[in-house]
Design a protein around this ligand. Structure first.
Ligand SMILES: *Cc1c(COP(=O)(O)O)cnc(C)c1O
Length: 389
C-alpha cells in the first residue's frame, strides 16, 4: 500500500500517517475489508498472501504504519487484545530455561502470564527494584534475556527509572520491554528513550471509547517481524471491524489525552485540598515521589489517579455509591470516567499485607478521568465525599 510520508507532529500523524494515497476508491475513510482471504495473485500486482489471521489486510496495515509513526518506530503490529500483544512478545523473546527481570506490581494479567503460564514452560522471573541498578545486576544470570516494566504502575501511579532500565538492557544485551498503556504515545514514546519494544492495551487510550479489546506491539522491524510470526501461530489477530474502530478512535487520541491530562490534574488538585482525602497519587503533583522523573520524561501526566479516603472500606464504598458521573467499572482510558476500589477488584486476590506493601489500602480508590467537564466531575466528587445528597 502506498502511503503519505509525514514527519514530526503527533496530531498530524494521527490523522494522516499510514493512510493510503490515493484513497481506495476515493473513500476518505478506509472501509472495513470484511474478507477472510484475498485473491492471489492480486490483480494490482501485489503478490502478498493476505488473510485476516496473518494481520495483513488493508485495515491492519494502515494501523501498523500509523502506530509505528506515532512512537517513531520502524514497525508495529496490532493484536486481538493487550494480553495477546504481551503473550506474543514474551513467547518470542523467551524460551525454556530463560529468565526475565520484572517490575513489582505489574498488571494482573501480565503477572499471571509470567508467574503461572511462563513458569510452566520453564521460564523464570526475578522481581526487581524500580530504580536500583545494583539490584538489577545482582539478579542477572546467564539465562536472563529481557527486562519488563510499565510506564506508570497501577494503582499507585509510580514511575520507575525508565531511562536507567533501557540503558541497563543495552549494556547487558537484554531486550527492554515496556507496557506504555497508561501513558499513550501522546505522553511518552518509549523508543525515544532507548526501549526495544513498546506494548499497549489498545483497549484503553489508543481506541479510547471502551467498545473494543485490542493490543499493539511497537518496535524495530526485525523484532516486530519475529513477534508477528509467533502471533500468526497463536492466532490472536485483530478482527477487521475492531481494526476499523481502533483506526477511528486513534484519530482523536491527541485531543482526548491532552484533555484527560488536564482533567485528571484538576481533579487531583481538588482532592489534594479536600479534608476527607488522606492522600492523592498523581505523578503531576509536586509531592508525588516520582514527580521529578515524570516531569523529565513525560509530555503529560496522564488521565489516571488514585486517592485514599479517610476511613475504611465501608466509607470508600459509600463514597462510590454516592457518585453520579464516574461509573464503577474496571478498565480505563475511555470517554466516560471510571472508578474502582482496587482492594475489592483488581487486587482482591492478594492478602491485606501484600496490598499494604504496595500502598493499596482498603480506602484506596482509582479513577480513570474521562472527558466530562472537570468542574462537573469535581462537583460530583465533592458531593459524594460529603455523603451524597
Ligand atoms: C488492560 C491492560 C492490559 C491488558 O489489556 P487487554 O486489552 O485487556 O488484554 C495490559 N496492561 C495494562 C497496563 C492494562 O491496563
Amino acid at each position: 500500500m502506498q502511503t503519505a510520508d509525514f514527519s514530526h507532529c503527533l496530531d498530524t500523524l494521527l490523522i494522516h500517517a499510514g493512510e493510503p494515497r490515493p484513497r481506495m476508491g476515493g473513500a476518505l475513510i478506509l472501509p472495513v475489508f470484511q474478507s477472510a482471504t484475498f485473491a492471489f495473485p492480486d490483480p494490482s500486482g501485489d503478490p502478498a498472501l493476505r488473510y485476516i489471521r496473518l494481520n495483513n489486510t488493508p485495515n491492519h496495515e494502515v494501523l501498523h504504519a500509523k502506530l509505528a509513526a506515532l512512537e517513531k518506530a520502524e514497525a508495529a503490529l496490532v493484536t486481538a487484545s493487550g494480553m495477546a500483544a504481551i503473550a506474543a512478545v514474551l513467547l518470542t523473546v523467551l524460551g525454556s530455561g530463560d529468565r526475565i527481570l520484572v517490575q513489582q506490581g505489574l498488571y494482573g494479567g501480565t503477572h499471571g502470564l509470567i508467574h503461572q503460564d511462563l513458569a510452566r514452560l520453564g521460564i523464570s522471573a526475578d522481581v526487581v527494584s524500580d530504580d536500583d541498578p545494583a539490584d538489577w545486576r545482582r539478579h542477572l544470570q546467564p539465562g536472563t534475556r529481557a527486562f519488563y516494566v510499565e510506564t506508570i504502575t497501577n494503582p499507585t501511579l509510580r514511575v520507575a527509572d525508565l531511562e536507567a532500565v533501557a540503558a541497563f538492557c543495552r549494556e547487558h544485551g537484554l531486550v527492554s520491554i515496556i507496557d506504555n498503556t497508561f501513558a499513550s504515545p501522546v505522553n511518552f514514546r518509549p523508543l525515544e528513550h532507548g526501549f526495544d519494544l513498546s506494548l499497549h492495551s489498545a483497549t484503553k487510550y489508543l481506541n479510547g471509547h471502551s467498545d473494543i479489546v485490542a493490543g499493539a506491539v511497537i518496535g524495530g522491524a526485525n523484532l516486530v517481524e519475529r513477534v508477528k510470526q509467533r502471533l500468526d501461530h497463536l492466532g490472536a489477530s485483530l478482527d477487521p471491524h475492531a481494526c476499523f474502530l481502533l483506526h477511528r478512535g486513534l484519530k482523536t487520541l491527541g485531543v482526548r489525552v491532552r484533555q484527560q491530562n488536564s482533567g485528571a490534574e484538576a481533579v487531583a488538585r481538588f482532592l489534594s485540598g479536600h479534608p476527607a482525602v488522606a492522600r492523592v497519587n498523581y505523578p503531576g503533583l509536586e509531592n508525588h515521589p516520582d514527580h521529578p522523573r515524570a516531569k523529565g520524561l513525560f509530555d503529560g501526566y496522564g488521565g489516571m489517579l488514585s486517592f485514599e479516603i479517610d476511613g475504611g472500606a465501608a466509607v470508600a464504598e459509600a463514597f462510590l455509591s454516592h457518585l453520579r458521573l464516574p461509573v464503577v467499572a474496571p478498565s480505563l482510558g475511555g470517554v466516560e470516567s471510571l472508578i474502582t476500589r482496587p482492594a475489592a477488584t483488581s487486587h482482591a486476590g492478594m492478602t491485606p499485607a501484600q496490598r499494604a506493601a504496595m500502598g493499596i489500602g482498603d480506602n484506596l480508590v482509582r479513577m480513570s478521568v474521562g472527558l466530562e467537564a472537570p468542574e462537573d466531575l469535581i462537583a460530583d466528587l465533592d458531593q459524594a465525599l460529603a455523603g451524597g445528597g
